[in-house]
Design a protein around this ligand. Sequence first.
Ligand code: FAD
Length: 234
Amino acid sequence: MENFDYIEVGAGSSGSVIANRLSENNKIKICVIEAGGSNQHPYVKMPAGFIKTINDKRFNWCFKTEGSDYVNNREILFPRGKGYGGSSSINGHLYVRGQSDDYNQWAQLGNLGWSYDDVLPYFKKSEYKENGDEATRGKQGPLYVSDIVEKHSLCEKFIIGSSELGIQVQNDYNSGQQEGIFYYQRTIKNGTRFSAYDAFLKPALKKENVNIKKYTTVLKIIFKNKKAVGLLCK
Ligand SMILES: Cc1cc2nc3c(=O)[nH]c(=O)nc-3n(C[C@H](O)[C@H](O)[C@H](O)COP(=O)(O)OP(=O)(O)OC[C@H]3O[C@@H](n4cnc5c(N)ncnc54)[C@H](O)[C@@H]3O)c2cc1C
């Protein structure tokens, strides 16, 4: 029997961040339980490989929606990532923060701590972005964010055309103002996907206080009164 202070279910985006943050306290022991595998596969690493993961149960739960009258009874593919990094290992690697006005509206509705100024330090803390205004972008964080370097002449012309029509060209749409036209920023480093696993879980797993159980699916959380005291896994 091993003893842990925290057991996390899922090694996806949020699970990777939480494991990383908990691991900073070397007095606590953490176990992460993940249904999938380590995802060290070319389909996950190659940016264009995610197309291959859309229907592959090794990396994807391959859920489908229920058919209904509104969609002509079709069952529509609903991808969700499986394995280290979770959906950040099969996503489109676009780095897009929320629009500042949305956070400010949440705060106005009474959600203290959720205004743009409140959340901005955490965005900055989590990322490593080479170029960018230091007022809004981070340079010390673990999540690598890069600009698109391959600029197709058609895209360039499209941007110029949009600008001539009065659409604002945004040099950095992650600086609080998203309206306009721009190239996406990606979680890609040196030509390979940089998932939440790469940014947060991988460094945490190097520490002695973090343990991971892969290919382990949690079937049930056992509660005693309102406290979770155990897990049923297979
Ligand atoms: C195809 C696709 C494209 C996307 N494109 C983008 C994009 O370009 N940019 C962007 O910002 N976002 C994108 N997203 C969304 C983004 O990736 C997700 O919102 C984010 O990764 C979700 O994080 P999460 O921690 O909530 O869940 P996940 O990252 O999905 O993690 C959940 C983890 O829990 C595990 N798990 C679930 N149930 C159990 C169980 N019972 N037992 C054990 N383990 C379990 C899963 O296997 C998984 O690893 C995309 C998502 C998909 C699927």
